[in-house]
Design a protein around this ligand. Sequence first.
Ligand SMILES: C[S@@+](CC[C@H](N)C(=O)[O-])C[C@H]1O[C@@H](n2cnc3c(N)ncnc32)[C@H](O)[C@@H]1O
Length: 349
Amino acid sequence: MHTRRPRYAGRNPRAFRDKYKELNPDRFPAEVDKVLAAGKTPAGMHRPIMVDEVLECLRPAPGEVAVDCTLGGGGHAEAILARVRPGGRVIGLDVDPLELPRTEARLRAAGFGADEFSTHHGNFAGLAQAIAAHGLSTVDIVVADLGVSSMQLDNPDRGFSYTGVGPLDMRMNPARGRPASDLIARSTEAELARMLDEHADEPHAALIARLLKAAPQPLTTTQAVERHVRIGLNAALPSLAKPDVKMSLRRTFQALRVAVNDEFSVLDALLRALPYCLAPGARVAILTFHSGEDRPVKKAFQSGYRSGVYSEIADRVVRASMEETRANRRASSAKLRWAVRSDALAAWP
Ligand SMILES: C[S@@+](CC[C@H](N)C(=O)[O-])C[C@H]1O[C@@H](n2cnc3c(N)ncnc32)[C@H](O)[C@@H]1O
C-alpha cells in the first residue's frame, strides 16, 4: 500500500516523527546507510557501544546463560546470542515497557526463538528476582550498558532531550514514579542545587536551581527548561561561552534524569546483587557514561576483588577506539569495566 510521506518544511525532515525513512530501516536501508556514513545515528536506532570490547571481556561460549540488564535495542544481546549458540540463552531485561516489545520483535525476526532468547520487564535492581523468575539462581554472563537508548533520547514524547518539544517526563518506565516536571515543582531550591551538583557535577548548580524555581510558569516541557536555563545563564554570567552554556544544559538534563529514575540507588542495588547472581567463573561487564556511574562500579569491583568475591577485575578502564568514537559521538564518554566471579561463597547479607 502506498503511504503519503509526512508533510514538513524544507527538503529534509527535522522533527523525529517526520523522519519516516530513518524510522523504517527495513524499507529504506540506503537512507539509513547514508546517515550512518555521515557519522550520525539514524532516528529511532540505537548503535551498541564497544561491542568487540564487551565480547572480549565476557568471552561468551556455546551453552552459556547470559543476562543483558539493559536490553535497549538489543545490540549487545544479539552479539552475545550469536556466541552462546548452540544450547545457550540470553535474558534481556529492561525497565522500559515501550521499547522492550519492539526489541523482542526485532530479535525474533532476526531468528532468535523463545528457547534461546527471552525478555523480562523490570529494573536491574531486582536482578536476583528476575533470574529466579526464569528458573535460574546464577548465570554465566551479565552485561549492563547504563543510561538511556537513542530510541528514548530521540523520541520527544519521552521528554529526555530538548532537541524536540516534549513533556518534561524522563521516566524510563512511564507507568511508575513521577515526571521531571513534578520533581522540579516539589523540590526546594537547595534540593535541586544538591541534585545538580551530586548527579552531574554542575559548576553552576546553585544558579540553575534558583532559575528553575524562579520560572514565572511551571516548567512542563523540555524546551521550556532549555530556554529558561539558557537565557538565565546568559543573563547572570554574560562571559560564559556558548559551549559552556550547552554543557550546563546537558548536565541539568542528566541530573534530572538520574533523579527521576533513581539511577544511583538502582546501580548500587545491582552492584550488591551481582556476587550472588554470578556462577563461579562468571563474567560481568558494565559500560558507564559519566563519573557518577563509573565511580561506584570501580569501587564495587575493587572491594569485591579485595574480599575474594571476584578473582580478576579490570586493572584499568577500557575505552572505545578512535574509529568508533569518530563514527559515534556517544562512544567517547563510554568507560567499560569488568570482573570475574571467583569460587568463593557469598551469602546474602
Ligand atoms: C544505553 S541503553 C542500552 C542499549 C543496548 N545495550 C543496545 O545494545 O541496544 C540503556 C537501556 O537500559 C535501560 N535501563 C536503564 N536503567 C535500567 C534499570 N535500572 N533497569 C533496567 N533497564 C534499565 C533503558 O531503558 C535503556 O533501554
